[in-house]
Design a protein around this ligand. Structure first.
Ligand code: PMV
Length: 327
Protein backbone atom coordinates (compact mmCIF):
# COMPACT_ATOMS: atom_id res chain seq x y z
CA UNK A 1 0.00 0.00 0.00
CA UNK A 2 1.26 3.46 -0.91
CA UNK A 3 -0.40 6.61 0.44
CA UNK A 4 0.32 10.05 -0.99
CA UNK A 5 -0.80 13.06 1.03
CA UNK A 6 -0.59 16.71 0.02
CA UNK A 7 -0.96 19.84 2.12
CA UNK A 8 -0.43 23.53 1.53
CA UNK A 9 1.47 25.79 3.88
CA UNK A 10 -0.41 28.62 5.54
CA UNK A 11 0.53 32.01 6.90
CA UNK A 12 -0.98 33.52 9.98
CA UNK A 13 -2.85 36.79 9.62
CA UNK A 14 -3.28 36.81 13.39
CA UNK A 15 -0.08 35.33 14.75
CA UNK A 16 0.82 32.54 17.12
CA UNK A 17 3.97 33.03 19.20
CA UNK A 18 4.50 31.20 22.50
CA UNK A 19 3.48 27.89 24.06
CA UNK A 20 1.55 27.15 27.24
CA UNK A 21 2.69 23.50 27.06
CA UNK A 22 5.90 22.72 25.23
CA UNK A 23 5.69 18.91 24.75
CA UNK A 24 2.04 19.11 23.61
CA UNK A 25 2.65 22.26 21.55
CA UNK A 26 -0.26 24.11 23.11
CA UNK A 27 -0.30 27.81 22.24
CA UNK A 28 -0.72 30.78 24.59
CA UNK A 29 -2.91 32.47 21.96
CA UNK A 30 -5.33 31.50 19.19
CA UNK A 31 -4.39 32.37 15.59
CA UNK A 32 -6.01 32.80 12.16
CA UNK A 33 -4.42 31.89 8.84
CA UNK A 34 -4.83 31.94 5.09
CA UNK A 35 -3.88 28.82 3.09
CA UNK A 36 -1.22 29.20 0.40
CA UNK A 37 -2.42 27.51 -2.78
CA UNK A 38 0.21 26.63 -5.38
CA UNK A 39 2.83 25.69 -2.76
CA UNK A 40 2.69 22.16 -1.44
CA UNK A 41 4.31 19.41 0.57
CA UNK A 42 3.80 16.00 -1.04
CA UNK A 43 4.41 13.07 1.32
CA UNK A 44 4.55 9.44 0.21
CA UNK A 45 4.10 6.74 2.83
CA UNK A 46 4.97 3.11 2.00
CA UNK A 47 6.20 0.04 3.93
CA UNK A 48 9.82 0.26 5.18
CA UNK A 49 12.18 -1.98 3.22
CA UNK A 50 14.75 -2.51 5.98
CA UNK A 51 12.30 -3.06 8.85
CA UNK A 52 12.91 0.37 10.35
CA UNK A 53 11.55 3.84 9.62
CA UNK A 54 13.21 5.83 6.85
CA UNK A 55 12.57 9.55 6.33
CA UNK A 56 13.70 11.72 3.44
CA UNK A 57 13.10 15.37 2.69
CA UNK A 58 13.52 16.73 -0.83
CA UNK A 59 15.45 13.60 -1.85
CA UNK A 60 17.91 13.64 1.08
CA UNK A 61 17.82 11.34 4.10
CA UNK A 62 16.71 13.17 7.26
CA UNK A 63 19.49 14.06 9.74
CA UNK A 64 19.52 11.94 12.93
CA UNK A 65 17.94 14.88 14.83
CA UNK A 66 15.18 15.37 12.22
CA UNK A 67 14.58 11.60 12.06
CA UNK A 68 14.10 11.46 15.86
CA UNK A 69 11.53 14.27 15.73
CA UNK A 70 9.68 12.62 12.83
CA UNK A 71 9.72 9.18 14.44
CA UNK A 72 8.34 10.62 17.70
CA UNK A 73 5.52 12.14 15.67
CA UNK A 74 4.75 8.93 13.75
CA UNK A 75 4.80 7.06 17.10
CA UNK A 76 1.80 9.15 18.25
CA UNK A 77 -0.22 7.78 15.32
CA UNK A 78 1.14 4.24 15.72
CA UNK A 79 0.10 4.30 19.40
CA UNK A 80 -3.42 5.45 18.45
CA UNK A 81 -3.80 2.76 15.80
CA UNK A 82 -2.30 -0.06 17.89
CA UNK A 83 -0.03 -0.91 14.91
CA UNK A 84 3.74 -1.15 14.80
CA UNK A 85 4.47 -0.88 11.04
CA UNK A 86 7.86 0.54 10.12
CA UNK A 87 7.41 3.17 7.41
CA UNK A 88 9.28 4.59 4.44
CA UNK A 89 8.35 8.26 4.23
CA UNK A 90 9.45 10.59 1.46
CA UNK A 91 8.49 14.23 1.57
CA UNK A 92 9.01 16.97 -1.04
CA UNK A 93 8.30 20.67 -0.91
CA UNK A 94 7.60 22.76 -3.97
CA UNK A 95 9.03 25.83 -2.21
CA UNK A 96 12.14 26.85 -0.15
CA UNK A 97 12.40 24.82 3.06
CA UNK A 98 12.80 26.30 6.57
CA UNK A 99 13.22 29.93 5.57
CA UNK A 100 10.02 31.23 7.11
CA UNK A 101 7.78 29.74 4.44
CA UNK A 102 6.09 27.45 6.95
CA UNK A 103 7.35 24.19 5.46
CA UNK A 104 6.83 22.59 8.87
CA UNK A 105 3.12 23.49 8.65
CA UNK A 106 2.46 21.72 5.35
CA UNK A 107 5.03 19.03 6.24
CA UNK A 108 3.40 17.88 9.46
CA UNK A 109 -0.12 18.28 8.05
CA UNK A 110 0.73 16.01 5.10
CA UNK A 111 2.55 13.58 7.39
CA UNK A 112 -0.38 13.37 9.82
CA UNK A 113 -2.82 12.76 6.99
CA UNK A 114 -0.63 10.27 5.07
CA UNK A 115 0.43 8.19 8.06
CA UNK A 116 -3.03 8.13 9.64
CA UNK A 117 -4.53 6.90 6.36
CA UNK A 118 -1.76 4.29 5.97
CA UNK A 119 -2.46 3.02 9.49
CA UNK A 120 -6.20 3.03 8.72
CA UNK A 121 -7.05 5.52 11.44
CA UNK A 122 -10.28 7.34 10.72
CA UNK A 123 -9.76 10.90 11.86
CA UNK A 124 -11.64 14.01 10.71
CA UNK A 125 -9.61 17.03 9.49
CA UNK A 126 -10.29 18.56 12.89
CA UNK A 127 -9.04 15.43 14.67
CA UNK A 128 -5.99 15.40 12.42
CA UNK A 129 -5.32 19.03 13.27
CA UNK A 130 -4.89 18.02 16.90
CA UNK A 131 -2.28 15.45 15.87
CA UNK A 132 -0.52 17.72 13.34
CA UNK A 133 -0.20 20.37 16.07
CA UNK A 134 2.10 18.03 17.98
CA UNK A 135 4.61 18.17 15.10
CA UNK A 136 4.48 21.93 14.61
CA UNK A 137 1.86 24.29 15.99
CA UNK A 138 1.09 26.00 12.69
CA UNK A 139 0.58 22.57 11.04
CA UNK A 140 -2.79 22.39 12.79
CA UNK A 141 -3.96 25.14 10.41
CA UNK A 142 -2.84 23.33 7.22
CA UNK A 143 -5.46 20.54 7.17
CA UNK A 144 -8.44 22.71 6.29
CA UNK A 145 -8.16 24.97 3.27
CA UNK A 146 -9.26 28.58 3.00
CA UNK A 147 -9.27 30.71 6.15
CA UNK A 148 -8.64 28.80 9.36
CA UNK A 149 -8.65 29.48 13.09
CA UNK A 150 -6.49 27.43 15.45
CA UNK A 151 -8.16 27.69 18.83
CA UNK A 152 -5.96 28.08 21.85
CA UNK A 153 -8.10 25.65 23.82
CA UNK A 154 -8.26 25.30 27.59
CA UNK A 155 -7.86 21.56 28.24
CA UNK A 156 -4.53 20.47 29.70
CA UNK A 157 -4.41 17.44 27.37
CA UNK A 158 -4.79 19.68 24.29
CA UNK A 159 -7.96 17.96 23.09
CA UNK A 160 -9.64 21.32 22.35
CA UNK A 161 -6.59 23.01 20.80
CA UNK A 162 -7.75 22.28 17.28
CA UNK A 163 -8.14 24.08 13.98
CA UNK A 164 -11.57 24.98 12.62
CA UNK A 165 -12.42 26.34 9.17
CA UNK A 166 -13.72 29.93 9.11
CA UNK A 167 -14.39 30.10 5.36
CA UNK A 168 -13.35 27.97 2.41
CA UNK A 169 -11.06 29.08 -0.41
CA UNK A 170 -13.92 30.20 -2.65
CA UNK A 171 -15.21 32.66 -0.02
CA UNK A 172 -12.81 35.46 -0.95
CA UNK A 173 -10.45 35.79 -3.89
CA UNK A 174 -7.38 37.11 -2.10
CA UNK A 175 -3.84 36.50 -3.33
CA UNK A 176 -0.67 36.10 -1.31
CA UNK A 177 2.48 37.31 -3.04
CA UNK A 178 5.49 35.87 -1.24
CA UNK A 179 8.50 38.14 -1.72
CA UNK A 180 11.49 35.81 -1.33
CA UNK A 181 14.36 37.86 0.09
CA UNK A 182 16.97 35.23 0.94
CA UNK A 183 17.85 31.60 0.33
CA UNK A 184 18.82 29.11 3.01
CA UNK A 185 17.65 28.08 6.43
CA UNK A 186 17.06 30.39 9.37
CA UNK A 187 19.44 30.35 12.35
CA UNK A 188 16.95 30.12 15.23
CA UNK A 189 13.93 27.89 14.85
CA UNK A 190 10.54 29.12 16.06
CA UNK A 191 10.49 26.58 18.92
CA UNK A 192 13.70 27.94 20.41
CA UNK A 193 12.76 31.56 19.64
CA UNK A 194 9.37 31.27 21.36
CA UNK A 195 10.91 29.74 24.48
CA UNK A 196 13.40 32.60 24.71
CA UNK A 197 10.68 35.24 24.22
CA UNK A 198 8.52 33.66 26.94
CA UNK A 199 11.46 33.68 29.31
CA UNK A 200 12.90 37.12 28.67
CA UNK A 201 10.61 39.57 26.83
CA UNK A 202 8.83 42.18 28.97
CA UNK A 203 6.32 42.41 26.09
CA UNK A 204 5.25 38.76 26.32
CA UNK A 205 2.32 39.12 28.71
CA UNK A 206 1.06 42.22 26.87
CA UNK A 207 1.18 40.23 23.64
CA UNK A 208 -0.93 37.45 25.17
CA UNK A 209 -3.46 39.87 26.69
CA UNK A 210 -3.93 41.76 23.42
CA UNK A 211 -4.72 38.74 21.23
CA UNK A 212 -8.47 38.23 21.72
CA UNK A 213 -9.58 41.60 20.23
CA UNK A 214 -7.39 40.93 17.16
CA UNK A 215 -8.95 37.48 16.65
CA UNK A 216 -12.39 39.02 16.97
CA UNK A 217 -11.59 41.81 14.50
CA UNK A 218 -10.15 39.36 11.96
CA UNK A 219 -13.14 36.99 12.17
CA UNK A 220 -15.46 39.97 11.56
CA UNK A 221 -13.37 41.30 8.65
CA UNK A 222 -13.35 37.85 7.02
CA UNK A 223 -17.07 37.48 7.43
CA UNK A 224 -17.72 40.91 5.87
CA UNK A 225 -14.91 40.53 3.29
CA UNK A 226 -13.62 43.85 4.58
CA UNK A 227 -10.13 44.10 3.07
CA UNK A 228 -9.09 47.27 4.84
CA UNK A 229 -10.11 46.01 8.29
CA UNK A 230 -8.35 42.68 7.71
CA UNK A 231 -5.18 44.43 6.55
CA UNK A 232 -5.09 46.76 9.55
CA UNK A 233 -5.45 44.01 12.13
CA UNK A 234 -3.08 41.62 10.31
CA UNK A 235 -0.29 44.20 10.08
CA UNK A 236 -0.80 45.17 13.73
CA UNK A 237 -0.64 41.51 14.80
CA UNK A 238 2.57 40.96 12.86
CA UNK A 239 4.22 44.05 14.33
CA UNK A 240 3.16 43.06 17.85
CA UNK A 241 4.81 39.67 17.38
CA UNK A 242 7.94 41.37 16.05
CA UNK A 243 8.01 43.66 19.10
CA UNK A 244 8.25 40.56 21.31
CA UNK A 245 11.22 39.38 19.20
CA UNK A 246 13.04 42.68 19.48
CA UNK A 247 12.58 42.75 23.25
CA UNK A 248 13.75 39.15 23.70
CA UNK A 249 17.24 38.79 25.21
CA UNK A 250 19.24 38.37 23.09
CA UNK A 251 16.95 39.93 20.44
CA UNK A 252 15.60 37.66 17.70
CA UNK A 253 16.50 39.02 14.27
CA UNK A 254 14.39 37.05 11.83
CA UNK A 255 14.12 40.10 9.57
CA UNK A 256 16.84 41.42 7.28
CA UNK A 257 17.28 45.04 6.21
CA UNK A 258 15.50 44.20 2.91
CA UNK A 259 12.47 42.98 4.90
CA UNK A 260 11.92 46.45 6.30
CA UNK A 261 12.58 47.98 2.87
CA UNK A 262 9.78 45.89 1.33
CA UNK A 263 7.42 46.69 4.21
CA UNK A 264 8.02 50.41 3.76
CA UNK A 265 7.43 50.04 0.03
CA UNK A 266 4.12 48.25 0.74
CA UNK A 267 3.04 51.21 2.88
CA UNK A 268 4.06 53.64 0.11
CA UNK A 269 2.16 51.65 -2.54
CA UNK A 270 -0.91 51.71 -0.33
CA UNK A 271 -0.51 55.48 -0.17
CA UNK A 272 -0.68 55.48 -3.99
CA UNK A 273 -4.06 53.74 -3.76
CA UNK A 274 -3.10 50.08 -4.30
CA UNK A 275 -5.01 47.66 -2.03
CA UNK A 276 -2.40 45.56 -0.21
CA UNK A 277 -1.04 44.68 3.23
CA UNK A 278 1.96 42.77 4.54
CA UNK A 279 2.82 40.08 7.04
CA UNK A 280 6.00 38.15 7.87
CA UNK A 281 6.78 34.99 9.80
CA UNK A 282 9.95 33.91 11.61
CA UNK A 283 12.11 34.57 8.57
CA UNK A 284 13.09 37.39 6.24
CA UNK A 285 10.42 37.06 3.54
CA UNK A 286 7.49 39.44 3.24
CA UNK A 287 4.07 38.10 2.32
CA UNK A 288 1.88 40.67 0.63
CA UNK A 289 -1.87 40.12 0.50
CA UNK A 290 -4.09 41.80 -2.09
CA UNK A 291 -7.48 41.23 -3.74
CA UNK A 292 -7.45 38.97 -6.83
CA UNK A 293 -8.20 41.80 -9.26
CA UNK A 294 -5.15 43.81 -8.13
CA UNK A 295 -2.53 41.07 -8.09
CA UNK A 296 -0.90 41.66 -11.48
CA UNK A 297 -0.11 45.26 -10.78
CA UNK A 298 0.96 44.56 -7.19
CA UNK A 299 3.19 41.69 -8.33
CA UNK A 300 4.90 43.85 -10.98
CA UNK A 301 5.60 46.58 -8.41
CA UNK A 302 6.96 44.07 -5.85
CA UNK A 303 9.28 42.44 -8.42
CA UNK A 304 10.91 45.80 -9.06
CA UNK A 305 11.86 46.34 -5.39
CA UNK A 306 15.50 46.05 -4.26
CA UNK A 307 16.32 42.72 -2.56
CA UNK A 308 13.31 40.83 -3.95
CA UNK A 309 14.78 37.65 -5.49
CA UNK A 310 11.51 36.11 -6.53
CA UNK A 311 7.76 36.60 -6.04
CA UNK A 312 5.61 33.50 -5.55
CA UNK A 313 1.96 33.97 -6.39
CA UNK A 314 -0.52 32.02 -4.26
CA UNK A 315 -4.29 31.95 -4.57
CA UNK A 316 -6.14 30.80 -1.45
CA UNK A 317 -5.50 27.04 -1.21
CA UNK A 318 -7.84 24.16 -0.49
CA UNK A 319 -7.71 21.44 2.19
CA UNK A 320 -5.09 18.68 2.54
CA UNK A 321 -5.77 15.66 0.27
CA UNK A 322 -4.84 12.01 0.22
CA UNK A 323 -4.64 9.26 -2.41
CA UNK A 324 -4.26 5.54 -1.75
CA UNK A 325 -2.80 2.99 -4.20
CA UNK A 326 -2.87 -0.77 -3.66
CA UNK A 327 -3.83 -2.37 -0.36
O1 PMV B 1 4.31 26.34 14.22
P1 PMV B 1 5.65 26.89 14.25
O2 PMV B 1 6.47 26.35 15.34
O3 PMV B 1 6.29 26.78 12.90
O4 PMV B 1 5.55 28.49 14.57
C1 PMV B 1 4.95 29.39 13.72
C2 PMV B 1 5.21 30.78 14.15
C3 PMV B 1 4.87 31.86 13.14
O5 PMV B 1 4.96 31.38 11.83
C4 PMV B 1 5.88 33.00 13.31
C5 PMV B 1 3.48 32.45 13.41
C6 PMV B 1 2.31 31.59 12.98
O6 PMV B 1 1.24 31.75 13.58
O7 PMV B 1 2.43 30.79 12.04
Amino acid sequence: MVVTARAHPNIALIKYWGKRDVPLNLPVVGSISITLGGLETVTRVSPAKAGEDHFSLNGEAASPKEARRLKAFVDILRARSGRTDALHIESRNTFPTAAGLASSASGFAALALGVSRYLELTLTLQGLSEVARRGSGSAARSLHGGFVEWRKGEATDGSDSIAVPLADASWWDLRVLVCVLARGRKDIGSREGMALTAKTSPMYQTWIDAQEPDLEAARGALQRRDFQALGEVAEASCMKMVSTWLTTRPALHYWRPETLGVIQAVTALRGEGLPLFFTTDAGPHVKVICPGEAYMEVEARLRALPGVLEVLHCPVGGPARVEVQGD
